[in-house]
Design a protein around this ligand. Structure first.
Ligand code: HEC
Ligand code: HEC
Ligand code: HEC
Ligand code: HEC
Length: 267
């Protein structure tokens, strides 16, 4: 009997130990994801760019008041270039491109306010703290250089400001039927929802039913597109989440086995 109790004790100690180890492993995995999902540890934490930089992070992109409203980007703290400054993919004239391309006047222009390499990274509309001026930035990072610069000639980049699936999808209905027919059938059907009276679309990458998640390919609604209708477009942030680098280069999903590409294209 005593033996049995001892055996049971060591067995339960073993179980406890096992659960303990599993929880440590799980905790480790969780905090790893959490840490990488946090903008502070990505190259978009520009506050660590140099000694004397402001400790704020969001300020390099967003301002609570007085942002640039010339395009539909959230509270944008940098002056945006004119859409006509950019050369777009459609001017290549590939005969296989079905989607019409709108001027670069949507949310992508926000990324380009740093990634076209034309203005200093710390050139902001509202600098942190009232009366703070650019002299407050001790280390002047200047404009971006090197690989992350796309320039203003976007003909050699994946199309942006482009209608999803060649167009044909509009606020009017649901994919395939009431939402119109995709002009290019080689695309995954987008998911549609109404948020406070605005129609939004995304491409589900998680298979989940939780609504739009940040791992899904976001499609951006434009009503100044070629058709004049409210419809979904592909922009920089369709593929990249500027706030999280769980995957390399801020990608919404890992690009192993070209998963990013196959999230939208049926190939
Ligand atoms: C390097 C630039 C950059 C930085 C830094 C940045 N953002 Fe953004 N943010 C963007 C861009 C571009 C968009 C629009 C694209 C999109 O839909 O994610 C955006 C969208 C948003 C949105 C609306 C869409 C959403 O994801 O909910 C919120 C809210 C937001 N940012 C909050 C923040 C906060 C808070 C911080 C600081 C902790 C921050 N951002 C830092 C670039 C940035
Ligand atoms: C305020 C300026 C700013 C804005 C706006 C901005 N970025 Fe960046 N981004 C940077 C800087 C600085 C780096 C790091 C450059 C370097 O490593 O030389 C960077 C790096 C990147 C990288 C490479 C990351 C890596 O790990 O190699 C990607 C991808 C990227 N940005 C995408 C975007 C996208 C997409 C948007 C819009 C949704 C955006 N950025 C908006 C400043 C910006
Ligand atoms: C259709 C998806 C898609 C769109 C749209 C897109 N990107 Fe990317 N981008 C990628 C992928 C995938 C990579 C990673 C490529 C690799 O690892 O070779 C990447 C890489 C990058 C890099 C890192 C390049 C480097 O050499 O360091 C930057 C910066 C970047 N993208 C910025 C942008 C900006 C700015 C836009 C909008 C003008 C944009 N991207 C639009 C998919 C996209
Ligand atoms: C968010 C959805 C989405 C993702 C992700 C995406 N694409 Fe696209 N892609 C499009 C749309 C929309 C077009 C516009 C062309 C059309 O309608 O035929 C396009 C166009 C293209 C074209 C040009 C077609 C032409 O005929 O000129 C190529 C090539 C391409 N994508 C390759 C890729 C690759 C490679 C990846 C992964 C790195 C990728 N795409 C990721 C939506 C996407």
């Amino acid at each position: 009997m005593k033996n049995l109790i001892l055996q049971l004790r060591s067995l339960s100690a073993g179980v406890v130990m096992f659960i303990f180890v599993i929880s440590i492993v799980a905790l480790g995995a969780m905090s790893w994801t959490e840490v990488k999902a946090d903008i502070t540890v990505t190259p978009h934490n520009l506050s660590s760019a140099g000694a004397g930089q402001t400790a704020e992070i969001c300020v390099f992109c967003h301002t609570p008041h007085g942002g640039d409203t010339s395009a539909s980007v959230p509270l944008w703290n940098k002056t945006l270039a004119l859409p006509t400054a950019y050369q777009t993919y459609d001017s290549l004239g590939t005969s296989s491109n079905d989607g019409d391309i709108a001027p670069v006047g949507s949310v992508s222009i926000a990324c380009l306010s740093c990634h076209d390499g034309t203005q200093a990274i710390d050139s902001l509309i509202n600098e942190p703290g009232s009366g703070f001026d650019s002299a407050g930035f001790v280390a002047d990072p200047g404009a971006m250089t090197g690989d992350p610069v796309l320039g203003q000639d976007l003909r050699d980049d994946h199309p942006i400001g482009v209608q999803y699936a060649g167009g044909g999808i509009s606020e009017g209905g649901t994919v395939g039927t009431s939402q119109g027919t995709k002009v290019d059938v080689d695309f995954i059907d987008p998911v549609v929802a109404d948020v406070n009276g605005t129609t939004i679309w995304w491409v589900n990458t998680t298979g989940g039913t939780a609504g739009r998640e940040k791992e899904d390919m976001q499609l951006y609604t434009r009503n100044d597109g070629p058709s004049g209708l409210v419809e979904p477009f592909v922009e920089c942030a369709s593929c990249h989440d500027p706030h999280s680098e769980v995957n390399d280069t801020f990608l919404r999903v890992s690009n192993d086995s070209s998963e990013v590409c196959l999230s939208c294209h049926i190939k």
